[in-house]
Design a protein around this ligand. Sequence first.
Ligand code: NI
Length: 136
Amino acid sequence: MRVAVIRHAHFNAAHRLFNPAWSDEKNRQVFGKCSNPNYHGHNYNLEVRVTGPIDRDTGYVIDIGMLAGLIRTEVEDRFDHKNLNLDTEEFKHLIPSGENIVVVIYNLLRAKLDHKYDLKVRLYETERNIFEYPVD
Ligand code: NI
């Protein structure tokens, strides 16, 4: 029997959608306000879903405190109150779109999670703009 455990987390970060291979004009055309040179911020909400078997000894799928700690060290400490374009290794050469951010977060968590677990990450850039990886 497999059960999903879901943990919510949160971070604030600034970003700018910008493709350095394009002119400023093309960046403006494609990305609009999201490409403003002085960056803008989002309150990112994160939903991390870990699915696995219930452990007989603990009754847990995963210790939620351990999962919370993993999200803190891998995601919040890395990205909270940062400028994603300027302050992070992950987005120095990768456009920090919601799509790319959710994949980066998935990969960071996946690398630290036991293989018995399935993982799914959902990133809310705003209430209305939501990104999910992997897809069903
Ligand atoms: Ni944005």
